[in-house]
Design a binder for this molecule. Structure first.
Ligand SMILES: [Zn+2]
Length: 429
């Protein structure tokens, strides 16, 4: 089986840039050719016309809640992976707060097997730091890595015990695993349900201060420096966290970070009307924090864009704001919202590829990039295609997005995983 992608502009700053045709044989990139260069010895089964389109290495979302096993009414591995490729994402890192928790070999292997059966995006599981996410002891990292885990995290909750976090960084280091930290001081968050500020005061809702996040970023950066481990900060939302990460990087600490499209697009004003689709943890912050996310993405203080895709049903969201579960879906809106940063000249396209593909691959130790011999995981983007976000058309089982009805420009029109077209936009030629 041979496929050729013809006439597109290839943007992969680490490997290749310019107008090239890409030949795919047996699921791998076999040749990168000058436009129109002939390849007489190969029978082409499929030609994708990428004229006027941008061809990039498959996007990798390193923070996704797939909900299976345990909460299949919100999302399954299959529906989540289908949602991913619909958004141009060819691989996701799945969070371990499932039921049972992914703190053991069987669950890690189950997730990988189900993803292979589904046949859409690739899934690289993150396993738990501590059994049951309880924060009292450490899981068997060697066994989890052997089963296919690419990182460890107790995401959804912080590792409150500093000693345990220290040991996790030391232990994970021995296996080359990244520790992903959900940074939150629960005593400072104090049961709040939105950002602490003018909006929370006016709405009479209890607020979560910026420092509940940044103080834990500082602790973990310090522990990372002490242990020489590999630390990744999940879903950064505050300017103070950005400053702490910037300082740690300056000192040469092995720290990386991600933020999400909602933190660089929205502010806590989106909560007005008690909109539970704008409720997440960490919460949407101020305009100043949003600005800090944008400049940190531009200057590289924040390495990656991830979604924290968190599907919920109306059971969890169609309730009083205080009682609603945290989180929004993100897989099918992430690229278009990030392309808005490119259209608005906050970042260029090379930086977008770095934040959405090369950096997450590097942090998780994955193979990626448009390079001969690599798996043909490729996203083809129409920069100018206009769209209105419509959650009724999502492949995800859930529709909890605050972006419904938003008009955007640019989306994935083809998604290829191992050379197979796993998503094709209706309007694509
Ligand atoms: Zn989290």
């Amino acid at each position: 089986m041979a496929t050729i992608i013809r006439g597109g502009e290839v943007i992969d700053p680490k490997n290749v840039k310019g107008f090239f045709d890409i030949l795919i044989e047996n699921g791998k990139i076999s040749k990168i050719l000058k436009p129109g260069e002939s390849i007489p010895e190969v029978t082409i089964d499929q030609t994708i016309d990428a004229k006027g389109l941008i061809v990039v290495p498959g996007l990798i979302d390193m923070h996704v809640h797939l909900r299976e096993p345990g909460h299949e009414y919100k999302e399954t591995i299959e529906s989540g992976c289908k949602a991913a490729v619909s958004g141009g994402i060819t691989a996701v890192c799945s969070m371990p707060n499932t039921n049972p928790v992914n703190d053991n070999r069987q669950t890690t292997e189950f997730i990988i097997r189900r993803a292979k059966e589904a046949g859409y995006a690739k899934v690289y599981p993150a396993a738990a730091i501590s059994p049951g996410l309880k924060g009292s002891s450490l899981c068997e990292y060697g066994e989890l890595k052997d089963a296919g885990a690419v990182a460890v995290t107790d995401d959804g909750r912080p590792v409150e015990n500093g000693q345990l976090m220290r040991r996790a960084l030391e232990y994970a280091k021995g296996f080359g695993l990244t520790v992903i930290s959900h940074c939150e001081d629960m005593t400072l968050a104090a049961g709040g349900c939105m950002n602490e500020g003018e909006v929370s005061t006016r709405m009479g809702l209890s607020g979560i201060p910026n420092i509940s996040e940044s103080i834990m970023v500082m602790r973990d950066a310090g522990l990372c420096e002490l242990t020489g481990g590999k630390l990744h900060i999940a879903h950064v939302s505050t300017k103070e966290s950005v400053e702490a990460i910037r300082e740690a990087k300056k000192k040469g600490v092995n720290i990386t970070a991600e933020t999400t499209p909602h933190y660089f697009t929205l502010t806590d004003k989106a909560v007005k009307g008690y909109n539970t689709f704008a409720k997440m943890n960490p919460p949407l912050r101020s305009a100043e924090d949003r600005e800090a996310m944008r400049s940190a993405l531009a200057d590289g203080t924040i390495d990656a864009i991830a979604t924290d895709h968190a599907p919920h049903s109306s059971l969890e969201k169609d309730v009083e704001f205080n009682f609603a579960d945290n989180g929004i879906v993100g897989l099918e809106t992430s690229l278009s919202l990030s392309l808005k940063l490119v259209h608005d000249k906050v970042i260029d396209m090379e930086t977008l590829v770095e934040r959405m593909s090369s950096a997450p691959a590097k942090i998780l130790g994955l193979e990626s990039g448009i390079k001969i011999g690599n798996p043909a995981d490729i996203t083809i983007i129409d920069m100018d295609k206009e769209l209105i976000i419509d959650s009724a058309n999502f492949a995800s089982k859930s529709n909890n997005t605050p972006f419904n009805g938003m008009e955007l420009k640019g989306k994935a029109v083809y998604t290829l995983v191992d050379g197979n077209v796993v998503y094709r936009d209706n309007g694509a030629s």
